[in-house]
Design a protein around this ligand. Structure first.
Ligand SMILES: Cc1ncc(COP(=O)(O)O)c(C=O)c1O
Length: 460
């Protein structure tokens, strides 16, 4: 079946989404609130969710594998999350205090139990803010102002990291020494000098670049598992930790996707490596906005207020320059309602994580078999509760450029056929599995997959 035929079916099933999207284009550029939510011909508008299921505005039901790009590891409307939210509202009567509250310390201790590299932490309101603060801390601590960033890695939507996230391979230069490419209009070209691009999973080439820029680099920031599903090798991670330590460059793990997803202890638990700074987000907020920056206490302590010198403190005469304080503040930081829902999420994961991984593995092997039965070569990649697959002639996927060699045209057809069969994900996106995706849901997914593949390979 052609993509056009599959899209006709999509359009017939999702007429109200088409109408709502058209209307929304009058007020929202592209009809959407975040560009990631868009795909051609228009995205599906959802109306409600329950467990593993999403229902769209036309009444179609889908098994959800987007999980809102990862946070919803307990699925939609989990009773533990609902209870934490209502209890907070009923018992405390306030959503937010604008003062410290005990949950900030309680939650911090829970994070430190699983992430021993985190000796102290600060809260932010998103993953983007977490990596942004991580970089400011690295600059403040080292007095250096450049960062190393890996090709194809995403760390949020601000200037320093909007470089070489999804670069066209034809412009990306030498694989061993990638050319930095700006990812957005409005990012000043000087970022091309401030952000040094590194090749993932290539220790020798990385080391050469790091040695060359040693005196300028405050830190390197990385997704230890690229896009949440392409793992670094153990050798690469061990080597990178050694090299950064030797060169006096801080190592920042961006565990926004991987924290409490690839394992309870995140990617650092898998590799047994302690980064200097960790940024987290997604799962810890139970579907609400929350981020964390944590790490070595001497580094994170740079955010502590010094009496009389904070930018907001005009009550005392300044005893030291504001330059002594690393600015970190925010109206919603340490939001008590979100922290309580996050804590409830971790409590459920403590009981259920292994079962989610078992169901993820069942789904992965089922998908692999369906492709193998049709003689189509795929490479399945992922750890814990996240995975994706590449339709490719390669035997292994090690970096962004390997992913780019996939047959995206075929994958897109399959993903549209899956949408038509009630399996929700943004076309070509990774799969995030939740506690609600039990064996029965996996079996239903695989049956839909079989029908979708049948459809794709059917001659029109
Ligand atoms: C690895 C990584 N870092 C940072 C971010 C930004 O997080 P947020 O969307 O919460 O701002 C994301 C979001 O997808 C991410 O995957």
């Amino acid at each position: 079946m052609t993509l056009e035929t599959l899209m006709e079916v999509y359009k017939t099933r999702t007429k109200t989404s088409e109408k709502l999207h058209k209307e929304a284009t009058q007020t929202l550029p592209g009809g959407i609130a975040a560009n990631i939510k868009y795909y051609d011909p228009y995205p599906i508008f959802m109306e409600s969710g329950s467990g593993a299921t999403l229902t769209d505005v036309d009444g179609n039901e889908y098994i959800d594998y987007l999980a809102s790009y990862g946070p919803l590891i307990l699925g939609h409307g989990h009773p533990a999350v609902k209870q934490a939210i209502t209890e907070h509202l009923e018992e405390c009567g306030a959503i937010l205090y604008g003062t410290p509250s005990q949950i900030e310390h309680t939650f911090a201790k829970k994070i430190m139990e699983y992430y021993p590299s985190v000796e102290m932490l600060r809260y932010t309101n998103s993953g983007t803010e977490a990596t942004l603060l991580a970089l400011r801390i690295a600059y403040g601590y080292t007095g250096k102002y450049k960062i190393g960033k890996f090709e194809g890695h995403y760390h949020g939507g601000y200037n320093q990291v909007l470089v070489s996230v999804n670069p066209p391979i034809s412009e990306a230069g030498d694989i061993e020494n990638p050319t930095p490419i700006l990812e957005s209009r409005g990012v000043e070209p000087s970022q091309l000098e401030n952000t040094i691009i590194l090749p993932f999973n290539d220790l020798e080439s990385c080391t050469k670049i790091l040695e060359k820029h040693q005196t300028e680099l405050a830190a390197i920031i990385m997704e230890p598992i690229l896009s949440g599903y392409v793992p670094a090798t153990q050798e690469f991670m061990t080597g990178l930790r050694e090299v950064t330590e030797k060169l006096g460059i801080l190592l920042i793990f961006d565990e926004v996707k991987t924290g409490f997803r690839v394992g309870m202890k995140g990617a650092q638990g898998i590799y047994g490596i302690k980064p200097d700074i960790t940024a987290m987000g997604k799962v810890i907020g139970a579907g609400m906005p929350l981020g964390i920056v944590g790490g070595r206490s001497d580094i994170i302590m740079t955010t502590a207020p010094i009496s009389g010198s904070d930018v907001f403190d005009s009550s005392t005469s300044k005893t030291s320059s504001a330059q002594d304080v690393l600015f970190h503040s925010g109206t919603y930081n340490g939001h008590p309602l979100i922290l309580k829902a996050g804590l409830a999420t971790i409590a459920v994961l403590e009981q259920e994580f292994d079962h989610i991984v078992a169901c993820t593995d069942l789904l992965k092997s089922g998908i692999q078999k369906l492709f193998a039965d049709r003689g189509i070569k795929i490479v399945m990649v992922g750890e814990g509760t996240v995975f994706n697959y590449c339709i490719t002639q390669l035997d292994e996927i090690k970096c962004y450029r390997d992913v780019q060699q996939s047959d995206f045209a075929l994958r897109k057809k399959i993903d549209f056929a899956l949408l038509n069969e009630g399996i929700y994900n943004k076309p070509t996106n990774r799969y995030s599995v939740s506690v609600c995706h039990d064996e029965a849901v996996v079996a239903k997914t695989l049956a839909a997959y079989e029908r979708a593949l049948e459809m794709v390979f059917h001659e029109d």
